[in-house]
Write a protein that binds this ligand. Sequence first.
Ligand code: HEM
Length: 131
Amino acid sequence: MTTSENFYDSVGGEETFSLIVHRFYEQVPNDDILGPMYPPDDFEGAEQRLKMFLSQYWGGPKDYQEQRGHPRLRMRHVNYPIGVTAAERWLQLMSNALDGVDLTAEQREAIWEHMVRAADMLINSNPDPHA
Ligand code: HEM
């Protein structure tokens, strides 16, 4: 994966990534597919982990690396059966989250393209457990 050193700052840094993941996780507990997959007593921790990962990916602080080590996202998702339906739902909630953030079309597209690629890579279950 490549990172763009200036992208993190150019979209508004910490504030922007906090907002994206906050808007995303606001929707998760009430989601019929994703809600039950996340740790009910640690939504805040999950929010923090996604924020650290995205910040680091886009050239911000390396807190994720320091606290969690190498991302190995596929490995970290093996305990969650993810089919096309869950991946599409994850992306839908993320798209909703991005709609609430002040980004240029190009910035949104760059973030979105990464999300789609990552979600696709994380599909680990066929047949689809949520179909
Ligand atoms: C495809 C649908 C997806 C599902 C159903 C899913 C589900 C989950 C669940 C249930 C967790 C555990 C929450 C926690 O305790 O941290 C998790 C963690 C995580 N997910 Fe996903 N996820 C998906 C896609 C993605 C994508 C696209 C990304 C990156 C762009 C991502 C990044 C992460 C990260 C960084 C963590 C925390 C890993 C750690 O350090 O333990 N996920 N995901």
